[in-house]
Design a binder for this molecule. Structure first.
Ligand SMILES: Cc1cc2nc3c(=O)[nH]c(=O)nc-3n(C[C@H](O)[C@H](O)[C@H](O)COP(=O)(O)OP(=O)(O)OC[C@H]3O[C@@H](n4cnc5c(N)ncnc54)[C@H](O)[C@@H]3O)c2cc1C
Length: 827
């Protein structure tokens, strides 16, 4: 459908673009006339007001959702009738920074002055005084021509005309993007200094969206998918300097914002500059290409249906972008992964705009009677964005989310999406690098990539995810020395929320370290949180939380059965004056002690040799860096893996002297109790990762059995292979649900409650056993490659197998479960 815009001189009574509400405007007309005549107006045409005799009509266009726009018909002093357009801010409570008609006026004025051939209407005047029409407004020339509302151009029959209309649209946008903002005098038109355009846009529109849903009356069925989309955008957002961002962009450049000359098909005017700013031209043209992506039937964002239904004569998206690129003198990135980001961002922005319209409709101050309808499209828009762009295809139907139970919360889902994107972008690709490093003589030194990845994870807020709110509340640090509190306190997840993230990290053996979520540091940090003094926390906990140092936990001894912690024999003897301890003992399986960053050990030993058995042990802090009294004897091997540079060391503590006040944790005799508490959430973290390890093994095996052909058919077509895989799935899901349940119970009751202890012990048995058995079967299906360094399975198996022993052997946990049950059965 096209709309002729020549009703200024010839009355078009049934034109749907003009609402017949002139009668209501008498008062406004009078005030406006008085204002226009009164004085010279700054900017635009200074003489304009003096030439006006009277205002004949002021009638609102129905087109244009956000800033009410009016046709202004005036009689000049020489008796001629002239048409203008008046555009104003809407009334009521509007979001700050939105509807800036002053900016619309400024950008069009600059464009007309510097590039007279660029099609914008001539600006007449700007009035920032709200007493005239209730809000600021501006007046511009009325441009006669045709507006095409439907991208399919159903009213145009000749294909070459459709081509021309699209070519001219692309050329005009390209020309806009070729202009120099300095020459236009518009360098301060956008907030260029604060990060990349895309980051700013994401932040701004997410902020607008959030504000738009604060009113409880606004229904938000789209919220979950919006959160996922935002997480995806955040994870894929170009960084500073990675995008062109110093051009004037229109912000809402669509076919129905252009006025065409019906004879030449030239663009006569580009309208609606409300969203214009200084920004990224690729984002602008991606927004312009949304009709290639949106579903049919959206009244406010009409489309082709999808890119396969582009009508004859209309260029394909790629051809269209080529024309734009030639005129903008910029590269055409259509089809690239960056392009996908800009399309997603555009859809998100469109969704946020619609959400704003919806909010105004609910608040009762929308500028259009169609605002309510626009609001109902918010969900359609958000889902389409997610399906088309994030999932990568219009044909895919979004998987229905399972709600309730132990499914991730919204907050967790956002982080999970971010984490998954991070893992795909950085972690899986780095596996080979670290594996190779682990086979060189340099392996006991740190690969620089690890610190690089940690920095990236921090920047994404994927840091200290393990730290629950109740633990973070125990931070006593006041001297944070410029460290970012939001970073070291983490996002404050529950154990249940963290379980979903840990599962993802578990898929790559060393991935948790990137996010400061790895053992034994997490367990040690938990100890410092619960039992450390303010000074101990400032000295050791803060750098651990920031990932600047690492730590180890020295409990297990080669000489005694250490699954029974009361057996620990190392000694922590007090000096005669009572101010120092002398620490002696031979430990082994002290994980992390070989790491060059390992600065602190939590050492367990006896401060007493008599009295109740559970009260004899204590824990003290022993500095590790340059401590010549601490000797790392050797790294132990796990099935031949030394896990460098972390390592599991045999260590001798030989008359190490430490200060009592600085080193003692909690009190003398609390060692056993601390050891029990330390391993509550810590054990669970291992279980969560084990589920991820099993799932990763299955993932690589699925791909393998589908492609590996033996005896004339893919392995996956053998019923016994299906049998194996089916059983694996059942077992992994069982272990996963048990782990989530344990996390949930731990969140609800705390580790002191026997139900939580039983649940944690149960999954400490289930998770490593299931992981071992599943990985073993995956190795079998892989054949020889499964036990080699060419698949991740061998290392995953080694890691999973040790976890049936580390943190206590299966038998001890089985005993715990059974004893608690037996106690309960007596009741
Ligand atoms: C890779 C790895 C990393 C580790 N990291 C650390 C670390 O950082 N810090 C640290 O201090 N320790 C660490 N450990 C040590 C681990 O915690 C101990 O190995 C574990 O507690 C078992 O102690 P143990 O080896 O002395 O075995 P023992 O106590 O000698 O037990 C041997 C076996 O006896 C059986 N058993 C024990 N108790 C019972 C029972 N009640 N009923 C029936 N059977 C039983 C079990 O089969 C058990 O496996 C790590 C171990 C490994 C393998």
């Amino acid at each position: 459908m096209s709309v002729r815009t020549d009703f200024a001189t010839v009355e078009v009574p049934n034109d749907s673009r003009v609402q017949k509400n002139e009668n209501n405007m008498e008062r406004e007309k009078k005030r406006l006339l008085h204002y226009l005549r009164q004085e010279r107006k700054r900017g635009g045409d200074e003489e304009f007001g003096r030439r006006i005799k009277t205002i004949r009509k002021l009638s609102q266009f129905s087109h244009g959702q956000s800033n009410p726009t009016y046709k202004l018909l005036v009689e000049m002093t020489d008796g001629t009738l002239k048409s203008y357009v008046l555009r104003k801010k809407p009334g009521g409570n509007i979001l700050s920074s939105a509807h800036a008609v002053e900016r619309e006026f400024q950008v069009q004025l600059a464009l007309k002055r510097k590039h007279p051939n660029f099609p914008v209407p001539r600006m007449i005047l700007l009035c920032e005084d709200s007493s005239i029409l209730g809000t600021p407004f501006y007046i511009m020339d009325f441009v006669q021509g045709t507006i095409y509302l439907q991208p399919k151009l159903p009213v145009i029959t000749r294909e070459e005309r459709k081509t021309r209309i699209y070519e001219n649209m692309a050329k005009t946008l390209g020309a806009l993007h070729s202009f120099d903002i300095r020459e236009l005098g518009l360098t301060s038109f956008g907030n260029i200094s604060s990060g990349s355009y895309s980051r700013r846009t994401l932040k701004r529109w997410f902020g607008q969206y959030e504000k738009s849903i604060t009113n409880k009356l606004v229904e938000t069925p789209e919220k979950e998918v919006v959160m996922k989309l935002v997480a995806w955008l955040d994870a894929n957002c170009p960084k500073d300097g990675e995008e062109v961002s110093d051009r004037i962009i229109h912000g809402d450049y669509r076919l129905d914002n252009l006025i065409y000359d019906e004879r030449s098909d030239d663009v006569l005017a580009v309208l609606d500059w409300e969203l214009s700013t200084v920004g990224c031209p690729h984002a602008d043209v991606a927004y312009n290409c949304l009709p290639y992506y949106l579903p049919p039937g959206l009244e406010f964002y009409p489309s082709f249906g999808d890119s396969n239904q582009v009508p004859a004569g209309v260029p394909t998206e790629k051809q269209y972008c080529n024309i734009w690129a030639q005129n903008a003198r910029l590269p055409n990135i259509c089809g690239s992964s960056k392009w996908k980001f800009y399309v997603a961002l555009s859809m998100f922005r469109g969704m946020a705009i619609l959400a704003g319209v919806r909010a105004r409709a609910v608040a009762g101050n929308a500028s259009s009677r169609n605002a309510r309808q626009a609001g109902s499209l918010v969900e359609v828009f958000a889902k389409r964005a997610y399906v088309v762009v994030v999932q990568g295809g219009a044909s895919k139907v979004p998987r229905q989310e399972i709600k309730g139970g132990y499914e991730p919360s919204e907050k967790c889902m956002m982080l999970l999406e971010k984490l998954r994107a991070f893992m795909s972008e950085h972690v899986y690709d780095a596996e080979e690098v670290f594996e190779r490093h682990a086979t060189t003589n340099e392996r006991w030194s740190l690969h620089p990539l690890m610190e690089e990845l940690k920095k990236k994870a921090k920047a994404k807020g994927l840091w200290n995810l393990w730290l629950p709110l109740d633990s973070a509340a125990l931070i006593k640090i006041t001297n944070a020395r410029g460290n970012d509190e939001a970073l070291y306190k983490g996002p404050g997840l529950t154990n249940l929320e963290y379980a979903h993230l840990a599962r993802e990290m578990g898929k790559v053996p060393w991935a948790s370290e990137i996010f400061n979520c790895s053992a034994p540091d997490t367990g040690n940090m938990e100890v410092l949180l619960r039992y450390g003094t303010k000074e101990q926390q400032e000295r050791w906990l803060l750098p651990l939380l920031m990932g600047d140092i690492r730590s180890c936990f020295a409990m297990t001894e080669p000489a005694v059965a250490s699954s029974d912690a009361t057996n620990i024999e190392s000694s922590i003897a007090k000096s005669t004056n009572g101010t120092q301890y002398v620490v002696n003992g031979r430990k082994w399986w002290t994980s992390g002690a070989c790491d060059p960053r390992c600065a602190i050990a939590i050492f367990m030993g006896k401060t007493k040799t008599a009295g109740p058995q559970h009260e004899q042990q204590s824990m003290v802090l022993v500095p590790m860096l340059n401590n010549h009294k601490v000797k790392v004897v050797r790294p132990l091997l796990v099935f031949g893996y030394d896990d460098a540079p972390h390592g599991h060391a045999e260590v001798i503590f030989d008359n190490v002297v430490v200060d009592v006040k600085e080193s003692l944790l909690a009190r003398e005799g609390a060692g056993f109790a601390i050891a029990q508490g330390r391993l509550g959430p810590g054990r669970l973290h291992h279980c969560m990762r084990l589920v991820g390890m099993a799932e990763r093994s299955l993932d690589v095996t699925y791909a393998r059995v589908k492609s590996r052909v033996a005896f004339g058919k893919p392995l996956s077509e053998n019923s016994n292979v299906l049998n194996v895989l089916g059983n694996c799935r059942v077992e992994v899901d069982g272990a996963r649900l048990l782990t989530l349940y344990a996390a949930h119970v731990l969140d609800q009751l705390g580790i002191k409650d026997s139900r939580a202890r039983s649940a944690v012990a149960a999954c400490k048995i289930s998770a490593p056993n299931v992981a071992c058995s599943v990985i073993d079967r995956c190795i079998q299906l892989f054949g020889g490659e499964g036990v080699s360094q060419d698949s991740p399975l061998a290392r995953l198996y080694a890691g999973a197998r040790t976890l049936r022993i580390a943190d206590g052997p299966d038998e001890v946990h089985l005993e715990t479960v059974a004893k608690i049950d037996l106690r309960r059965s007596k009741l």
